[in-house]
Write a protein that binds this ligand. Sequence first.
Ligand SMILES: Nc1ncnc2c1ncn2[C@@H]1O[C@H](COP(=O)(O)OP(=O)(O)OP(=O)(O)O)[C@@H](O)[C@H]1O
Length: 337
Amino acid sequence: MIVQTLSETKAPVTEQPIFELIEVEQVFEVPKPGRSLFSRETVGLRALDGVRLNIRKGTSLAVVGESGSGKSTLLRVLLGLDRPTGGRALYRSKPILEGRATGVEFARDVAMVYQDARGSLDPRMTIGALIAEPLRHFKIVPRQDEAARVSQLLDRVGLPADAADRYPSGLSGGQVRRVAIARALASEPSVLVADEAVSGLDVSTQAQLLILLRSLQRDMGLTLIFITHDLGVASFLCEEIAIMYLGRIVETGPTDAVLDAPSHPYSAALRAAAPQFFEPLSEPLSGEIPSPLNLPAGCRFSTRCPKVQDNCRLKDPQLGKLGPRRAVACLHPLEQQ
Ligand SMILES: Nc1ncnc2c1ncn2[C@@H]1O[C@H](COP(=O)(O)OP(=O)(O)OP(=O)(O)O)[C@@H](O)[C@H]1O
């Protein structure tokens, strides 16, 4: 099987991506392991390493990977919370700036639903005031129309209008997530970024929230970027998937195609580890993800890969095109049926 590197491939022209990550690196200086108490020696921890990703406008993308694979770091770069130490991160073809410098337009257009929804809401404010806050901040509607817009937003996320007078402490976990979604939608964003937005809830509440998020994404034409550990969630919610391992994207493409016939052994192992959704195809993953302070030589998955071959320990595979909208970083990708 021939795998070209992306830079060699002339992809057919599609719509302009809303986000582009070009060889993005994020290196954190951390205390050197085993240093003496008084030493200030540091080493670079490569949380993101040569990440290349185009996110098309209006798509839904799941970013999946084990703990420590770099999902949250990627998200912080996309949100302009951290500036990458290398490469380029673009939003609508312009560099993403950091913090306040991202500007009002970016803050309005790219909304976030945090994993800790309850913690992200001020417990002293009513739900109505919490949702009105971004309406006012971004001057979305005149003051006299705020209450009506709050009711509309509550209705859109499946909460009754009288929820506006309640406080976060009076709501269930699922209801609080709905409030966080309503608040994110208040600024009329075109991008919604959600970090494990349905984790830690019972299965039926999770299902209701996933149905809500899917209908919002489709009806409003939102670009949805969804971070999750759960392949079942990714497959239900997202048209596209990017699978991360140790700071790299190792496989990306349409979710159904990737999950039906994974090309990277890591993707296959993740799928095999989700028996509630899939028939096991290959052996589940064994061992821990290595430390990013001590990256394996060659392919970084080589220490755990059931298909490892000699050259995998020597050569570091780059993400290469595998077909239309599909790419994989593996020297010996699994054969596609
Ligand atoms: N501010 C930081 N300083 C130092 N190291 C960091 C920092 N943020 C993240 N890291 C390290 O970068 C690597 C990637 O972390 P990240 O939180 O992005 O992973 P993740 O895939 O989101 O994990 P999880 O699913 O557990 O949230 C980890 O080794 C983590 O310890």
